[in-house]
Design a binder for this molecule. Structure first.
Ligand SMILES: *[C@@H]1O[C@H](CO)[C@@H](O)[C@H](O)[C@H]1NC(C)=O
Ligand SMILES: *[C@@H]1O[C@H](CO)[C@@H](O)[C@H](O)[C@H]1NC(C)=O
Ligand SMILES: *[C@@H]1O[C@H](CO)[C@@H](O)[C@H](O)[C@H]1NC(C)=O
Ligand SMILES: *[C@@H]1O[C@H](CO)[C@@H](O)[C@H](O)[C@H]1NC(C)=O
Ligand SMILES: *[C@@H]1O[C@H](CO)[C@@H](O)[C@H](O)[C@H]1NC(C)=O
Ligand SMILES: *[C@@H]1O[C@H](CO)[C@@H](O)[C@H](O)[C@H]1NC(C)=O
Ligand SMILES: *[C@@H]1O[C@H](CO)[C@@H](O)[C@H](O)[C@H]1NC(C)=O
Ligand SMILES: *[C@@H]1O[C@H](CO)[C@@H](O)[C@H](O)[C@H]1NC(C)=O
Ligand SMILES: *[C@@H]1O[C@H](CO)[C@@H](O)[C@H](O)[C@H]1NC(C)=O
Length: 379
């Protein structure tokens, strides 16, 4: 119990407490501590908790600003009610994978913590649109919300959420029940959004992207992977987002060279692009990329229909390119790879290639890449 004694004598002045999964049951650690008024932040990454833990925190830590309960076992509605009762005003809550929580917990949080800025609710999949109703009603300062894998969230929920007009980062990956209608509400009201994750939101299509491109002009980072309804029309809309710098759009089979060309022409800040498995994009799109995307630093082209000429242009002409994933490019010959790697070896820091290519490339290019400090990953 030495460690507990140690905690007890130092905690009074400490402002951040981090208890990891393998450490003592946090209730024991904190029990008996009377004065924790300096404690601003407590992170319990995966440690088990009980209701008495919440009671102690509520009673002793009047000035707590941030709590991290991600992956903790034992986080219940009752515990959360206990935690926030009596006007505790938390700004940052990480409740990732606290999957027992229901709308009642979120309602308690929004009632008490009116100035919440950041709320992580990934995998809290009992939550429904009611949670978003309470957030929209009470938490107008909210900047960051993670609802990844909360499939109870639907368009009604997004309509409620659109009252949170200060949102900067919104994660809706795997929210399979949302559509363009819900996204329209968010896009119309939340013009500050800079980061949006729509990973595998299959109800999202071109109309949603049109709404985004007119409402969220500050967008920097967007994830559209596996939004299979998206076509060239939607990607062309993204060309009207001048600050877009990071776009992940894996496996969009209805996007062609036309869409990529519009994107490259409009988004001059583009620095990371993942078009893995976009098998309908041909060289016309990649040529546009080579011509316009002067800031491109990272690219994922694996499984794309790029040819020798397209690859040489991309790799040779983009002078900021440092990191390229080039696995399974069926239309690129061994010679094509050789020329493209020679053209880019001065600046490449990382490249991913198919393992069988190792036997066919000249030993010289492999040596040159390594000598220049490029890490090759053979897949
Ligand atoms: C939230 O909690 C999860 C699970 O413990 C952790 O992986 C993640 O880094 C945390 N996020 C933040 C912003 O602290
Ligand atoms: C959203 O889900 C709720 C039930 O949780 C339902 O009452 C509502 O009609 C749904 N909204 C839409 C647009 O589907
Ligand atoms: C949400 O989508 C899942 C499938 O991903 C479905 O099982 C569930 O019934 C949907 N919920 C609502 C409220 O529509
Ligand atoms: C947008 O914000 C206004 C004002 O806060 C609110 O009344 C409205 O319901 C929100 N949603 C939409 C889609 O306009
Ligand atoms: C896209 O979403 C997936 C799943 O949520 C995540 O792993 C990936 O980092 C995201 N990419 C971007 C660019 O946000
Ligand atoms: C996507 O392409 C497929 C096959 O070419 C087609 O059947 C489908 O209608 C397209 N989807 C959209 C939204 O255009
Ligand atoms: C390569 O980039 C330069 C601009 O630095 C441009 O003038 C040239 O046309 C580009 N070549 C191709 C093939 O895109
Ligand atoms: C795609 O490739 C880029 C650059 O190689 C890499 O940074 C990024 O993490 C990859 N995206 C995913 C989702 O793996
Ligand atoms: C390779 O290019 C040809 C046309 O030159 C095209 O028909 C074919 O689909 C491409 N193959 C792949 C795997 O992209």
């Amino acid at each position: 119990m030495d460690i507990l004694q140690c905690y007890k004598s130092t905690l009074v002045t400490v402002s951040i407490l981090r208890i990891l999964m393998h450490q003592e049951f946090p209730t024991k650690v904190i029990q008996g501590l009377k004065d924790l008024k300096n404690l601003k932040k407590i992170i319990l990454d995966g440690a088990p908790v009980s209701e008495s833990f919440f009671k102690i925190i509520n009673f002793n830590c009047k000035y707590l600003v941030e709590i991290g309960l991600g992956k903790c076992k034992g986080v219940t509605d009752k515990g959360i009610l206990q935690l926030v009762s009596g006007g505790v005003n938390l700004n940052i809550l990480n409740l990732t994978c606290c999957s027992e929580l229901t709308d009642n917990a979120i309602s308690a949080i929004t009632d008490s913590c009116r100035s919440v800025l950041c709320l992580k609710l990934e995998c809290c999949n009992l939550l429904t649109e009611k949670s978003l109703y309470h957030l929209g009603l009470h938490c107008s300062l909210l900047e960051e919300l993670d609802l990844t894998d909360c499939f109870g969230v639907n368009d009604t929920g997004l309509y409620y959420l659109s009252k949170c007009t200060k949102l900067i980062c919104l994660k809706l990956g795997l929210c399979t029940n949302i559509t363009d209608k819900g996204l329209y509400c968010v896009a119309r009201n939340c013009s500050e959004i800079r980061e949006l994750d729509l990973y595998r939101c299959q109800g999202i299509g071109d109309d949603g992207l049109y709404a985004l491109s007119s409402g969220c002009k500050r967008m920097q980072k967007l994830n559209l992977s596996y939004c299979s309804e998206v076509t060239d029309r939607g990607i062309e809309c993204l060309g009207h987002l001048p600050e877009l710098s990071d776009l992940e759009m894996r496996s969009l089979l209805n996007v062609t060279g036309t869409g990529l060309t519009a994107l490259a022409t409009g988004c001059k800040r583009l620095s990371e692009l993942d078009v893995k498995d976009c098998t309908s994009i041909d060289d016309s799109g990649f040529m546009a990329l080579a011509y316009y995307s002067r800031n491109l630093q990272q690219i994922n082209l694996s499984h794309c229909a790029i040819s020798d000429v397209g690859l040489c242009m991309v790799m040779g002409n983009l002078t900021r390119l440092q990191d390229a994933k080039l696995v399974n490019l069926y239309n690129v010959s061994t010679n094509g790879f050789e020329v493209a790697l020679r053209a880019s070896c001065v600046r490449l820091k990382k490249v991913k290639l198919i393992a069988s290519l190792r036997l066919h490339l000249t030993p010289d290019i492999v040596k040159t890449l390594k000598a220049r400090g490029c890490r090759i990953r053979w897949d």
